[in-house]
Design a protein around this ligand. Structure first.
Ligand code: ADP
Length: 168
């Protein structure tokens, strides 16, 4: 039984995340998608509950994928969740630099291995940050986030552009 943890902020989930989840679900027996959050730094656009619920809707078609929320250090979470390793997606060179350091630290400190999936070219440019920026300016998120949760994300983000002073 090979179980992997796919950790991230998923603020919100994008089609890039779902691409990694689908490929990990095909490669491993079980995938736990972990919404990592810091309860002392609630700076996210979406609440943890919203992120969990959107991930659940976006991954409803995968029988071997579960969704959970975690706080704390990734290596400790991986140990307590009893997973065999961690999955991460690599989009571009800037991801590589940071991810290599994290993967080495996680292996050195608690023997946690990381498996990388190369982002699919058709979604490699998509990040939660761009989704938030476009959504806050009332742009369409079609093709950027899973269709099952697109309207929810658009409605939540619409009109919350801080620069226009209508924070909400
Ligand atoms: P983001 O960087 O979009 O805010 P997260 O921090 O939640 O997303 O990222 C969780 C993991 O998903 C990371 O390993 C990240 O590299 C990967 N990831 C994010 N977007 C994509 C994408 N478009 N394609 C492949 N992997 C991605």
């Amino acid at each position: 039984m090979r179980t992997v943890l796919y950790p991230g902020s998923f603020d919100p989930v994008t089609v890039g995340h779902v691409d990694i989840i689908a490929r990990a679900a095909a490669a491993f027996d079980r995938v736990v998608v972990g919404v990592l959050h810091n309860p002392h730094k609630p700076t996210s656009a979406f609440s943890v509950e919203d992120r969990l619920s959107m991930l659940r809707d976006a991954t409803a078609g995968f029988a071997n994928v579960t969704i959970a929320a975690y706080a704390g250090l990734l290596v400790d979470i991986a140990h307590s969740a009893g997973v065999d390793g961690v999955v991460r997606g690599l989009r571009m060179a800037s991801d590589f630099d940071v991810e290599m350091q994290m993967a080495r630290l996680n292996r050195q400190t608690r023997g946690v291995e990381t498996v990388f999936f190369a982002a699919s070219p058709e979604v490699a440019h998509i990040s939660s940050k761009w989704v938030r920026d476009i959504g806050r300016l009332n742009g369409s998120l079609r093709g950027l986030v899973p269709e099952a949760v697109r309207q929810r994300i658009e409605q939540h983000l619409a009109g919350t552009d801080i620069r226009r002073g209508i924070h909400g």
